[in-house]
Design a protein around this ligand. Structure first.
Ligand code: GRF
Length: 222
């Protein structure tokens, strides 16, 4: 069997994306080893999911540190105990310092609930409804210093249903996230996707555009 890519998953909350990774690894579909789940919040439910799955956990609260840089240094030195080859941000509600991003250059992934470059930042579901867009979705991208601005790898898009609320839309987007995030991370783990010279390289070529998968109203791949 080929060697599995040592992966750290960083969370702050419920961890439904983390659960999707756990389920895919457990069913043997994903060539990642989930080495550690890290949270900046001790009560994050994702820590319970990790413990139930037998994955080591670590938690450092950011409130104990005078600034972002010192917190990030503590996180990096903790994570480095596991020598991670890939960091997966899964609802980790912290902006990362430049030094942290540089320490793991090209090895950090994030998922953002919008079709980037549309709607970086917070409150994306309400904003997309207010804008009257036809499509919404989520984007897996490499993390750079630019918030929600790193090279995009994979987008899952789905049609907006007239009259739905932001909460209903968020739930449908999450169903898509649980499919695209493990898939894209698996591509990085197996070397099909790499970060090189500030770009995402997919199948050996620099990609200006991400791979786009279209899902139906119920979050089923079409
Ligand atoms: C996801 O919707 C993701 O887009 C955003 O944070 C949310 C995390 O949700 N970055 P969960 O904790 O995985 O349920």
């Amino acid at each position: 069997m080929t060697r599995r890519c040592k992966t750290a998953i960083l969370i702050s909350g419920s961890g439904t994306n983390l659960q999707a990774f756990i389920d895919r690894v457990r069913s043997g579909e994903l060539g990642l080893e989930l080495s550690v789940v890290f949270s900046n919040k001790p009560d994050a439910y994702g820590l319970v999911r990790a413990i139930d799955a037998g994955i080591p956990t670590a938690c450092i609260e950011h409130g104990q540190f005078p600034d972002r840089e010192s917190f990030d240094r503590a996180v990096a030195s903790k994570l480095d105990t596991w020598q991670p080859e890939l960091l997966v941000l899964a609802g980790f509600m912290r902006i990362l310092s430049a030094a942290f991003v540089a320490h793991y250059a090209g090895k950090i992934l994030n998922i953002h609930p919008a079709l980037l470059p549309r709607f970086p930042g917070l409150d994306t579901h309400q904003r997309v409804l207010d804008a009257g867009d036809e499509w919404h979705g989520s984007t897996v991208h490499f993390v750079t210093e630019e918030l929600d601005g790193g090279p995009r790898i994979l987008q899952g898009r789905l049609p907006i249903i007239g009259g739905e609320t932001a909460e209903q839309l968020a739930a449908r987007v999450q169903r898509v996230e649980h499919q695209i995030y493990p898939e894209a991370a698996g591509w990085v783990g197996e070397g099909r996707v790499e970060f090189r010279d500030g770009l995402a390289w997919i199948d050996g070529a620099p990609a200006d555009e991400p791979i786009v998968q279209t899902y139906d109203h119920d979050g089923v791949l079409t």
